[in-house]
Design a protein around this ligand. Structure first.
Ligand code: ATP
Ligand code: FE
Length: 371
């Protein structure tokens, strides 16, 4: 089994080829981070154009690096949601073209399920059920994975995701955003005193597993303004005093942002053990899971419960094609795929996209647990 995975849900155009046994034959990511840094965010129309410009080359590079032709593929997997529909469409169109021309089955993939399941590619012992914390630019989810395609959502964000808070903090601190804000904040935080700025932990009074990062974002903004830090002055040009106060804010923000994750994870483990007493792992994935401080702190949390932390390597935490190909493989094995589309599939075909697509059912008892 050899599957091509295609991912275009947000700002990265990615493709990869993975074998049924989990061997990664190739992995290609073309990032729009440069574009985003210049324009200060994802503009759907611009992102769509950027995907359209590179998608053919990204898929060709994935084939070349794997030394394969389309004829040697078994199936094509593609993200159909959640994400920006204009962007999703570019990936789905390409997947259907390849599948149609070479008579290959096509597998529809949920982007957030893929963030979780890629952990099963790197950790062969990871069986269902398991608990997953998925932390990225647009999502902040705690889900109990019962089985492939079967999830209970224990918590989500009521406003922003943690990655969004990292990105804004980086922007307001005037950090280099060319790679995305998270890594820049993480790096600067190493120089700072995490206890120096007193940010309050979100949602202390809510005894549930939901998240909130909008308030913390505002606290960071106020702290920056009150210290008269000018984001237009790049970090490299600033006086050392300025640099150290920026580092203090970065470190203090990161500490509290992660404390919020820790508290919610502890509660989620307790809920999860009641629903599925056999869970042995907490999977932490999504872009923010590549943060070393996040990993270290959550490792402490799971040790209290004798669980194991499974965290994919950083390049499999941020958006990638491998996770799409792998989730395709898991679905293909249980017969969840569509027959090849017609070879002359028209490009204006109304694709089955799922821009808003929750991962599983909400945990109904969560509200009474929270009392
Ligand atoms: P989603 O998965 O919700 O659709 P996305 O696809 O944009 O969002 P990912 O690529 O999974 O997101 O993650 C990107 C996010 O991860 C960005 O917000 C980025 O700042 C954050 N991130 C990446 N590396 C780090 C890091 N080392 N520390 C903190 N945050 C990070
Ligand atoms: Fe993602």
């Amino acid at each position: 089994l050899v599957v091509l995975g295609i991912e275009t849900s947000c700002d990265d155009t990615a493709a990869a080829i993975v074998r049924g046994n989990g061997e990664i034959l190739s992995q290609v990511v073309s990032s729009q981070a440069d574009l985003l840094a210049r324009y200060g965010g994802v503009a759907p129309k611009m992102a769509e154009e950027a995907h359209s410009l590179v998608i053919d080359q990204v898929v060709q590079d994935a084939l070349d690096k794997a030394s394969l032709t389309e004829r040697e593929l078994s199936a094509v997997a593609v993200t159909i949601g959640p994400g920006l529909s204009l962007c999703l469409r570019v990936g789905v169109q390409k997947a259907r073209r390849v599948a149609g021309s070479f008579n290959l089955p096509i597998i529809s993939v949920h982007h957030m399920e893929a963030h979780a399941l890629v952990a099963r590619l790197i950790e062969k012992e990871l069986q269902f059920p398991f608990l997953a914390l998925l932390i990225s630019g647009g999502h902040n989810l705690l889900v109990l994975a019962h089985d492939l395609g079967h999830y209970t959502q224990l918590g989500t964000t009521i406003d922003d995701a943690i990655g969004e808070a990292f990105d804004k903090t980086a922007k307001w601190l005037g950090l280099d955003m060319r790679k995305s804000g998270g890594p820049a904040v993480e790096q600067l935080a190493e120089e700072g005193d995490a206890e120096s700025v007193r940010f309050s932990i979100p949602m202390k009074q809510h005894k549930d597993c939901n998240f909130s990062y909008a308030g913390l974002k505002t606290q960071v903004k106020v702290a920056i303004a009150s210290r008269n830090i000018d984001a237009k002055v790049p970090l490299s040009c600033a006086s050392s005093l300025d640099r150290s106060s920026r580092a203090d804010i970065a470190a203090s923000f990161q500490r509290v942002a992660v404390l919020h994750l820790e508290e919610r994870c502890e509660r989620a483990v307790e809920w999860a053990l009641k629903i599925e007493p056999s869970i042995k792992h907490l999977v932490v994935s999504g872009g923010v899971a590549s943060n070393q401080y996040v990993r270290a702190r959550l490792d402490q949390v799971v040790q209290k419960y004798s669980l194991r932390l499974v965290c994919p390597p950083p390049n499999l935490c941020t958006d990638n094609g491998v996770m799409i190909a792998w989730t395709g493989i898991e679905n293909f094995r249980v017969g969840r795929y569509d027959p090849p589309p017609p070879a002359n599939d028209p490009d204006d075909f109304m694709y089955d996209l799922r821009p808003r697509w929750p991962l599983g059912e909400e945990y109904a008892e969560g509200k009474s647990e929270a009392r």
